[in-house]
Design a protein around this ligand. Structure first.
Ligand code: NAG
Ligand code: NAG
Ligand code: NAG
Ligand code: NAG
Ligand code: NAG
Ligand code: NAG
Ligand code: NAG
Length: 199
């Protein structure tokens, strides 16, 4: 009897060891010039039961599940039926406080889209199990992120004269490449920051 129990146990161990993979996605790196490199690799393919291991190795980032149409908003905020994951901010510093978030794939036929709160507006996004036949591509997802969060639609319609008169004091305190999420209530300043980044 005990023999058969051990056989079953061994079989289960063997099965798990054989089929369940751990896929590492490194979160961090130098995103100063290219925020799209925050997740390496950017896209992964995983089977049911596989674990995606988000390894926060550098900088202050999140990995937050979202949806294709709203790349920079937590999935459960745009679709309550999705119980999306969210690491919240993990500050790994310069590799001094490495942490991780593990996500086990339960439905490999559904694409899981995700982003980093600090770089989403500059294209800091990724995905698990993109459907190669679908029109929802990683490039399209990244474009959505930059389009929806990189520039404020309302600010582009505001007159540039208005912007210049109100931009003076906020820009003085935002000299570094701060993420746009710091700019609550200051949407009118965003075009100036973008202009500053371009020159
Ligand atoms: C990141 O890359 C930029 C440009 O390549 C470089 O100027 C900067 O020193 C780098 N930062 C770090 C922390 O390596
Ligand atoms: C996470 O990154 C650290 C630093 O590069 C590395 O030492 C560690 O092995 C990585 N973890 C995994 C599971 O790859
Ligand atoms: C990480 O970034 C967020 C948003 O920019 C900020 O609110 C938070 O204080 C940062 N955490 C650390 C430890 O710097
Ligand atoms: C919300 O997500 C579910 C899957 O969890 C999906 O079936 C449904 O179509 C989504 N709703 C919208 C409005 O996208
Ligand atoms: C992206 O923009 C939406 C709408 O303004 C906002 O709710 C969301 O918090 C932004 N996402 C990030 C990561 O800043
Ligand atoms: C992938 O996308 C194609 C085209 O939209 C669709 O016909 C197919 O069912 C999708 N595959 C999965 C596994 O969802
Ligand atoms: C801007 O960033 C640099 C490099 O990270 C840092 O040394 C400097 O203190 C920052 N300046 C401001 C105003 O935050």
């Amino acid at each position: 009897m005990s023999h058969s129990i051990w056989s079953v146990f061994t079989l289960i161990l063997f099965t798990v060891a054989t089929f369940a993979k751990t896929i590492v996605v490194t979160v961090g790196g130098n995103t100063t010039n290219d925020a799209t490199k925050v997740f390496q690799p950017t896209t992964v393919t995983a089977q049911n039961g596989d674990t995606v291991f988000f390894n926060f190795t550098q900088g202050n980032h999140t990995v937050t599940q979202s949806t294709f149409a709203s790349p920079c908003i937590p999935a459960h905020e745009t679709n309550v039926t999705i119980n999306g994951f969210d690491s919240s901010f993990r500050n790994a510093g310069a590799g001094t406080a490495i942490t991780n978030l593990e996500y086990t794939v339960t439905d490999s036929s559904t694409t899981v889209w995700f982003y980093d709160s600090n770089t989403c507006a500059r294209g800091g996004v990724g995905a698990i199990n993109i459907n190669g036949s679908s029109s929802e591509t990683i490039d399209g997802f990244r474009r959505n992120a930059i389009r929806l969060n990189g520039t404020s639609p309302s600010s582009s319609t505001s007159a540039s004269g208005t912007a210049s008169s109100t931009a003076a004091s906020p820009t003085a305190t935002l000299s570094n490449n701060s993420s746009p999420r710091l700019l609550h209530g200051a949407a009118v300043v965003i075009p100036f920051l973008i202009a500053a980044l371009c020159f």
